[in-house]
Design a protein around this ligand. Structure first.
Ligand code: ZN
Length: 448
């Protein structure tokens, strides 16, 4: 078992960093902005997909698509062409405010008209302060500008029906999004207040607002729990814990080998099929352009891809304290016990014997504990972006995650130690000597 002395990132402080990252990132747009600011602080140069790319040896760059997916990369000095990638996702299940946003005339209340985004657990959204965050499209003369908005106060609530009016409430509930989940926004006087409120928040005239992509977010801040603060609870740990941990590892890798690529994609929770999701051409486009900007031929590109390696990071289910029967009899990860390698025979997860072997060696070299997740054989389980991105660019890949509970609730639970473990693993991944092709697999420890 690893000791904290071997892990350079202190567990508690690292988790505090994660909680701050989560607070600043209530939507995928905000997560990309937060990550962009961290990258720029470390000297990464922003590129536009619509401009020509002139990439320097030892250069550090990043590019976003739709403001909700991001790819950053470091060009090595030497003529190494293979790519080394870690990818996660920026989005989480929530409720999106519809284009016609307000429902009024219902018994003296004004409600917001919402639809579900992704596979949300609905019940925990009830009876807690909620607010709105997202992006607003604003007219400035003949151009349209994007502004991010996060209303930083308790604004909305979805009230339960009292037990006295529904005696079956504890027998299991079915929730209808249209009739049960639309949050209270105020009394009747609040009708027509949303647009003015948003306009005030971002400092524009109401008429200037053309459109909005607004989501509900949970107001409850992340916090530590447990007798020894061994756990933490926060919104959006799936998948901001992997997005944050891999970013810190990427930024702290002492020497980047190969072409190091850090990716965080939107729309994983809805199947990744969007212009900016993992099923889009975004990753393949960026890799192709990196190769071309370095003077590589198409032959060079194919060779680079054949020698590249992807870690797809998306959180995993920890063994549930009250429902251990939901887990596989053997492969049942626990929080604070390290990185989880995820397997599925039908390749919903990309891990196989080869790629898992590479990952295990990386963990050993980084002194990071690892564990294994598989579904119970009579349960379908989830899927993630590793195998989906492979439909656009075929990379040798392994699916991992950090163990957590309450996945897809607006308030999830994870281990205080595990983010630091992921950081150590990603640092090692980006800085070690790694050669993985169909013909050969070499994993040498980094010097750091
Ligand atoms: Zn996820």
């Amino acid at each position: 078992m690893c000791t904290e002395e071997k892990i350079k990132f202190p567990f508690k402080e690292t988790s505090k960093g994660l909680l701050d990252f989560v607070k600043q990132s209530p939507t995928s747009f905000h997560a990309v902005r937060t990550a962009s600011e961290m990258l720029e602080k470390e000297g990464f140069v922003r590129l536009a997909e619509s401009s020509a790319w002139d990439l320097e040896p030892n250069g550090k760059y990043y590019v976003t698509r739709n403001g909700s997916s991001l790819i950053a990369f470091c060009i090595p000095g030497e003529q190494e062409t293979a790519f080394r990638l870690f990818c996660s996702h920026t989005d989480s299940p929530s409720f999106k405010v519809k284009e016609g946003p307000q429902l009024s005339g219902t018994a003296g209340y004004t409600k917001l008209n919402v639809e579900q985004y992704g596979g949300a657990l609905r019940a925990p959204w009830f009876d807690r302060p909620l607010s709105l965050a997202g992006r607003v499209l604003v007219q400035t003369e003949n151009s349209i500008e994007t502004r991010l908005v996060q209303i930083d106060r308790d604004l909305l609530m979805i009230p339960s029906v009292a037990i006295h009016m529904n005696r079956e409430a504890n027998e299991g509930m079915k929730y209808n999004v249209q009739t049960d989940l639309c949050p209270v926004f105020g009394d009747e006087s609040a009708k027509e207040s949303l647009c003015p409120l948003i306009a005030r928040e971002i400092g524009v005239q109401e008429e200037a607002i053309l459109s909005m992509d607004l989501f509900l977010y949970n107001r409850q801040r992340g916090t530590f729990i447990g007798a020894n603060e061994e756990f933490l609870a926060a919104p959006r740990l799936d998948d901001l814990q992997c997005m944050y941990g891999s970013l810190i590892g990427f930024l702290n890798a002492p020497q980047h080998r190969a072409v190091s690529v850090y990716g965080a994609f939107d729309n994983e929770e809805t199947g990744s099929e969007s212009r900016q999701g993992a099923a889009s051409t975004f990753l393949a486009d960026v890799l192709t352009r990196i190769n071309a900007a370095r003077g590589g031929s198409q032959e060079d590109y194919f060779r680079a891809v054949a020698g590249s390696f992807l870690i797809s990071g998306d959180n995993a289910h920890a063994l549930h304290p009250n429902h251990p029967e939901k887990a596989d009899p053997v492969n049942r990860p626990q929080m604070n016990q390290g990185v989880v390698i995820k397997f599925n025979a039908n390749q919903k997860y990309t891990s196989d014997g080869r790629s898992a072997s590479v990952l295990k060696l990386l963990c050993r070299h980084a002194n990071v504990p690892y564990q294994v997740y598989t579904n119970r054989s009579d349960m379908a389980g989830g899927s993630t972006l590793g195998n989906i991105s492979n439909t656009q660019v075929s990379l040798q890949a392994v699916d991992i995650g950090l163990p957590q509970l309450a996945m897809h609730s607006p308030y999830e639970m994870a281990g205080t130690k595990d983010t630091a473990y992921l950081i150590e693993l990603t640092k090692e991944f980006y800085s070690c000597e790694l050669e993985v092709t169909d013909e050969k697999m070499t994993v040498q420890p980094s010097e750091a």
